[in-house]
Write a protein that binds this ligand. Sequence first.
Ligand code: C5P
Length: 404
Amino acid sequence: MLKGKHIILGITGGIAAYKCATLTRLLVKAGAEVQVIMTPNAKQFIQPLTLSTLSGKPVISEFFTANTGQWNSHVDLGLWADALVIAPATASTIGKMANGVADNMLVTTYLSAKAPVFVAPAMDLDMMRHPSTVRNLELLKSYGNHIIEPAEGELASHLIGKGRMEEPENIVKALEAYFAVSQDLQDKRVLITAGPTVERIDPVRYISNFSSGKMGFALAEECACRGAHVTLVAGPVSLKTEHANIERIDVTTAVEMHDAVMNALPQSDAVILCAAVADYRVENVADKKIKREKDAAPVLRLTPNPDIARAVGQTKRADQVSVGFALETDNENVNAKGKLDRKNLNFIVMNSLRDKNAGFQVDTNKVTIFTDKGEVIDGECKSKRDVAHDIVDVLSKYLTKHEK
Ligand code: C5P
């Protein structure tokens, strides 16, 4: 699973740093390319020479190489990585990561990294349970980082408790498990709609909604990271796509989104309809700006937009999986199940605006999934990337069944 993977091993200044020799060796043995980055304090605990010898690459620690003045680009490193592992992660580095204190090469690389991040904390038991550490770890989780929980046992202080860095073998296992799941969409083509649509009133005004596109973009990244080729049909949003496997088609209106989706549908194995499509467009769009002084208050005549999800439901082949979203404000479950049937979806992801930290603009979401088999899967409030992970887990099972 780790063969050919680019792994950044970030080592910080804790006594467990000595175990990183073994960790580097195990990662290299598993076929990974390892780039070690050490914080200045980490070098007090283990020699860079040991790690550069085991990894076969010079260890990076400073922003500049002292004798040549060569700049070590944290941006390039962040893009190179398939995974970033911070082990051991001290309370101090966890605090810096949680709060964006980028005063060393490791934290700047962390802030630039697009890849999944694994954090293996190691510290004394009282530091581990201090409210600041607890809060900072919660923050890292909310950013979608994976925490490899420390084990209980004897600590460097000779106290017994939780705080021992997880053993190198188990850190490698956590990475392998992640990559095993993460390639389950290999060779699948997934079509995703995201963001709002914008329906013109005149050349300067429009009707739209508060959708930010964050959930759809998180789904696109998740599918691409798991090996899928993604076509992302995006309404007007200010988000960027990162992954090379995402082909992005920017559209403005619901009609344009409909056409782009129907065009890509035959080549797709799955369709995720995450966009907040405007239900109506203006029939009498003004070709010049409507002026307050001259014109009487305009009357906008609305005409229904195509229901893209429904059109997909009517045309899809038996081997194609379709997934819808239902953002509700009331009567949530009944409304969501109604849409599941009407739009002939395989499953629908419901979120309620009544839940705090769910829905438009925010970085978190709390969803319930209803499947066409009558299953109801309730989720916790999580980062949109983690919610995307859960949704794609369900999608992956549908795709596997269709293969049989
Ligand atoms: O708007 P509504 O609540 O019916 O949306 C439910 C699902 O239908 C969502 O998945 C949404 O992306 C999709 N939809 C669509 N085209 C529309 C309206 C909704 O694809 N015109």
